[in-house]
Design a protein around this ligand. Structure first.
Ligand code: HMG
Ligand code: MG
Length: 296
């Protein structure tokens, strides 16, 4: 199992109150202490689009990277790539969507233009031997367009894989999917010949269906899930997108399923409490509220 932590990026990007770089760095360190090996650290996007992550250059300069831990960053264009290179990153994510309207709001491009913008980014990443991922947002529903057809998701996923990304992450950006939708969309992706090992699922828990969706995706062979410690998150360009699936809730479920994932739940809760303290909000996640108790 791979648990791909998005808390420092997706979790914080929508917060309007300033968060210090020290608090962000401490969060990332606590996540690594808990055993997470993939921690999406920040975004090299326009500071006007995402003011909360405008400190990405300094954050990456100060981050003490641990061997064996991957710290991917979001990169939307060549300007972002330059910043990523200056920050000596070795893992990046490009991001587009399965619906035109969300893509226009989020990155001010059409889907086709976004693929063109990513081509040099992914090609440079490959030349440098970096790991890369492509996001397909609004894979189930779009806040502007409504229901999204699985054919559109497959089409964008294939185009990203053709660019050369190592994997695609399929995003339920506004948390509208249920298990039947997961069977429909993941079934179409697998049916198009995309291996389960090239797919990650990115669920937001807006309507409380994220864990049910994980269970469904597990049954379909998916082994990588994105999650955010403390359950924070959302995209400013996706009205109504509440928090991501909480990493602590995911870890608990995987433990009960007997699936190994390398994360220590008690240590993870330290990171979750750190983020809730930083944001000045009580920890709202299920396992966060229940504490460390669990079935032996
Ligand atoms: P634009 O305005 O069309 O681009 O934005 P532009 O090229 O005209 O640039 C506008 C200004 O931004 C210029 O500055 C550029 O220099 C600057 P000005 O001359 O006006 O002062 N700029 C940059 N600055 C720093 N780094 C850069 C960069 N690029 C341009 N890389 C753009 C287009 C893509 C840049 C913008 O729309 C953007 O940055 N969008 C990012 C939005 C974002 O990060 N959204 C959240 C992540 S996606 C998500 O959360 C979903 C996900 O979690 C999965 C899921 O849940 O589904 C991944
Ligand atoms: Mg997201």
């Amino acid at each position: 199992m791979r648990i791909y932590e998005v808390g420092p990026r997706d979790g914080l990007q929508n917060e309007s109150a300033p968060i210090s770089i020290d608090a962000k760095l401490r969060f990332i360190d606590l996540l690594a202490d808990a055993g997470l090996r993939e921690i999406e650290a920040t975004s090299f996007v326009s500071p006007r689009a995402i003011p909360q992550l405008a400190d990405a250059d300094e954050l990456m300069a100060r981050l003490e990277r641990r061997p064996g831990v991957r710290y991917p960053v979001l990169v939307p264009n060549e300007r972002g790539l330059e910043r990523a290179e200056a920050a000596a990153v070795d893992a990046l994510c490009v991001f587009t969507a399965a619906s035109e309207e969300f893509t226009a709001h989020n990155i001010n491009m059409s889907i086709a233009a976004s693929i063109d913008a990513f081509r040099p980014v992914v090609s440079t990443a490959r030349e440098r031997g970096w790991w890369s991922r492509g996001y397909v947002s609004t894979a189930f529903g779009c806040p502007y367009q409504g229901r999204v057809d699985e054919g559109a998701v497959v089409d964008v996923a294939l185009r990203l894989l053709e660019l050369g990304v190592d994997e695609v992450s399929i995003g339920d950006t506004i948390g509208v999917a249920g298990p039947a939708d997961v069977r429909r969309v993941v079934g179409a992706l697998l049916g198009a010949g995309i291996g389960a090992d090239r797919l990650a699922m990115h669920f937001h828990d807006t309507r409380g269906t994220a864990l049910a969706n994980v269970t469904t995706a597990l049954d379909l062979g998916i082994r990588c899930f994105d999650a955010s410690t403390g359950g924070t998150g959302g995209c400013p360009y996706a009205p109504g997108a509440a928090g991501n699936l909480a990493t602590e809730d995911l870890v608990y479920l995987l433990e009960r399923e007997g699936l190994s994932h390398g994360v220590d739940l008690d240590r993870l809760l330290v990171a979750a409490r750190h983020v809730s303290g930083t944001l000045g909000r009580p920890l709202g996640t299920k396992v966060g509220q229940a504490g460390g108790w669990r079935l032996p």
